[in-house]
Write a protein that binds this ligand. Structure first.
Ligand code: S3P
Length: 180
């Protein structure tokens, strides 16, 4: 890899946009390391994301998310699968912008199919229909995803392989595998 330009790929988008399927696929194709930020947070805390949201709560989760993002952003050669709320903290956005951030754009109708029962997703619990909740989250976050992303890929009706292909076709030179 070249030393100039973005050093990591970050995937952003709502729950169900396909980040956790596309990230390992992309990492495998490019010979990069895959990091799942939610898994890292759960490991550090020794508890699931649901448990952290229940106690000590979302604010504490967001602080931890920021610490973990900064940690991995200081490395290189990673495909970072970010939680859907990563763009909420203003301090996270410069880090996303300095890497090659890809927004996996997905309609609420597709998201609702992909998240299924929403098990393990604290923000989708409660009585509000999941479709309405996802639509509300999308309308508040979409401008932030777009602000941070160098590339937007529409995922509705497309396979993870097609999505990974599109990302690879748009990679900056700094992230292209060296040709030997
Ligand atoms: C969240 C998304 C989740 C997880 C947490 C909060 C969000 O990650 O970080 O439940 O705010 O959208 P995924 O987007 O990977 O499901």
């Amino acid at each position: 890899m070249s030393t100039d330009g973005p050093a990591n790929i970050c995937l952003v988008g709502l729950m169900g946009s396909g980040k956790s399927t596309v990230a390992p696929l992309l990492a495998g194709r490019l010979g990069l390391e895959h990091i799942d930020l939610d898994k890292e947070i759960a490991l550090r805390q020794g508890r699931t994301i649901m448990m952290i949201f229940a106690d000590p709560g979302e604010e504490s989760f967001r602080r931890e998310e920021q610490v973990v993002l900064q940690h991995f952003c200081s490395r290189d050669g990673l495909v970072i699968d970010c939680g859907g709320g990563i763009v909420l903290a203003a301090d996270n956005r410069p880090c996303l912008k300095s890497n090659f951030t890809v927004y996996l754009q997905t309609t609420p109708e597709t998201l609702v199919l992909r998240v299924g029962s929403a098990a393990g997703r604290p923000l989708l619990q409660g009585d509000e229909p999941i479709l309405d909740r996802l639509a509300a989250l999308l309308s508040s976050r979409e401008p932030l995803y777009r602000e941070c992303a160098a590339l937007t890929v529409a995922t509705d009706g497309r396979t993870p392989v097609e999505i990974a292909d599109q990302i690879i076709a748009h990679l900056p030179t700094s992230l292209k595998p060296a040709v030997s």
